[in-house]
Design a protein around this ligand. Structure first.
Ligand SMILES: [Fe+2]
Ligand SMILES: [Fe+2]
Length: 255
């Protein structure tokens, strides 16, 4: 008998395959119907940031595909790998020969390195990628559309956000049952790994963005505030159940 989470993943997989079967050329032709605004430098800058995120996510999916016990979950990740590869190709087309300049490269490289070095349950990587990174990327896509004026960038962002919402849904369907079967000790280790990944990544951003002192203070405050949001999401997914959660004696390292 197929478990309830696998049934939900199976439905998600059917929807995902519709998008994955579209040819890159056709997807790009739809996006390119919207005019580009070559003066919108912010759109180009943001596309470069998103491109790096796509590459890190594709790398994580390739690794996770070999690790999960559920065949339907592995199939979802195989389709997601194709999605992320297609997204990266679309961003490259959008960028054309624009010069490369990324401010969040250090933070994203760190995520890639930590994921490759992680030796615990693969669910930690799903929490990092499908809950936190993709959750931040979805919110960032919305903000990016509000602050840019390039119609082609908006079309690209909308198209990609549709797939990203399915990737976030994968985590929501897969994680609760998988975490319920994970030993409390492992879950706590995963929590500490995620917290350190979050604060270490955020520590790299103010330097890369060359922020003033006051903006560094604001960034530090946002980092703590936003972590509380992700921490409550992790609790809701069952990473910690309260009984096995001992608050850290020291505050996490900040910027
Ligand atoms: Fe993506
Ligand atoms: Fe994604």
């Amino acid at each position: 008998m197929i478990s309830a989470p696998d049934q939900a993943l199976d439905r998600l997989l059917s929807k995902s395959r519709i998008g994955a079967n579209q040819r890159l050329e056709d997807v790009w032709a739809e996006i390119a119907e919207a005019p580009a605004d070559p003066d919108d430098r912010l759109a180009g800058h943001l596309a470069q940031q998103f491109l790096l995120g796509e590459e890190v996510t594709a790398q994580a999916c390739a690794r996770l595909q070999r690790q999960l016990p559920s065949a339907v979950a592995r199939n979802c990740l195989a389709v997601q790998y194709e999605d992320e590869t297609r997204h990266a190709a679309l961003y490259r087309r959008f960028l054309g020969d624009k010069p490369t300049c990324t401010t969040n490269g250090d933070a994203l490289n760190l995520i890639g390195e930590r994921i490759m070095a992680w030796r615990g349950p693969p669910e930690a990587v799903i929490l990092a990628i499908h809950v936190i990174l993709e959750g931040e990327a979805l919110a960032h896509q919305e903000t990016a559309r509000r602050f840019t004026a390039c119609p082609r960038f908006a079309a690209l962002s909308h198209r990609i956000a549709r797939d990203e919402a399915r990737h976030v849904a994968f985590g929501q369907h897969y994680l609760p049952a998988a975490l319920a079967e994970t030993a409390a000790e492992d879950r706590y280790r995963m929590y500490l790994w995620l917290r350190s990944l979050w604060f270490d990544c955020m520590e790299r951003l103010p330097a890369a963005l060359n922020l003033s002192s006051i903006n560094r203070i604001l960034a530090r405050s946002w980092t703590r505030h936003r972590w509380e949001h992700w921490r409550s999401r992790l609790l809701a997914l069952g990473l910690l159940d309260g009984e096995d959660y001992a608050p850290p004696e020291k505050s996490p390292p900040l910027l």
